[in-house]
Design a protein around this ligand. Sequence first.
Ligand code: NDP
Length: 332
Amino acid sequence: MTNIRWGLIGASTIAREWVIGAIRDAGGEVVSVMSSSADRAKAYAAENGIPRAFDSLDALLADSEVDAVYISTTNELHRDQTIAAARAGKHVLAEKPLALTLDDAIAMRDACAAAGVVMATNHHLRNAGTHRAIRQAIKDGLIGRPLAARVFHAVYLPPHLQGWRITNPRAGGGVVLDIAVHDADTLRFDLDDEPVEVAALVQSSGMASEGLEDAVMTTVRFASGLIAQTHDAFTAKFAGTGLEVHGTEGSLIARDCMTQKPIGSVVLRNADGERELEVDRENLYVRALRAFHAAVRGEGQPAATADDGIRSLAFGLAVLEAARTGRTVKLG
Ligand code: NDP
């Protein structure tokens, strides 16, 4: 197989802004797009140089020239679309959150495994040079034993995205399933550790409606005993993003690192003073697509697997339960 040929399920913003370009830069081809509206599919295809447009999932999946699908519809649709794609023999890159329940996410993974197709979750942040540098620094022992981590991921939801995320619970709106799941994946990757218990408070400050939260703070215990804090919001215009890990022998202080762009810095602070770590600047999505293409060829794993998506969803659901009940929630 040379060029991997992609069908897009969902005429989405994320595909337009990042993933179509990443597929192409990683050596793949985008051959079709499907929208629930025929007009939108046609317009989207024309704008993005995509040869074929469909308004039905079955039609896109029946195309024998599609090897893989990228699913970036709203969250309640990911499950059925993934299972249908797997049954049609297509490899699947699915957006996060994978689904709205753990059983659904597990059914997606199992359908792909049964069909023998690759399934990946589009957790982009673990592809960032900053996070790879943090993970390596910890593995190299540069901060001793990690004891605590803090994630600053409170951002402002841009006006063009102020739709279903803040108005539609049935589509899986709310900041927890949108952003906190990325924190879980990033911490799991950076620390090579698993969250085991979480407490949370949510806020609905007026941007989100219909009972949805537009900010959340969590406190998390990891299997190693490390404790972490996370802060996610749609409402913080000037906060900036960051991640810190504090260990027995040093601290890693990363800034501008919870973002889609290949930017940001990581500083190591210890008894010798401070030094900035070298950080790779490859586009996060291109790196993910390169790994996906390799996995389709039988070379290694995607950057974030279906299981990674299941784990981050488990975290998000535990955060929502903790916030709803006012209790700490254990993760299995
Ligand atoms: P969008 O709102 O842009 O797209 C989601 C769906 O909304 C589309 O499939 C489309 O339906 C419909 N839609 C989009 N624009 C319009 C419009 N102008 N009029 C009518 N319907 C429209 O969502 P995002 O791209 O922001 O998010 C999609 C998915 O990707 C979500 O699961 C989200 O969590 C995830 N995401 C992941 C990111 C990452 O970096 N990993 C970043 C951003 C989002 P149809 O296809 O039927 O036309």
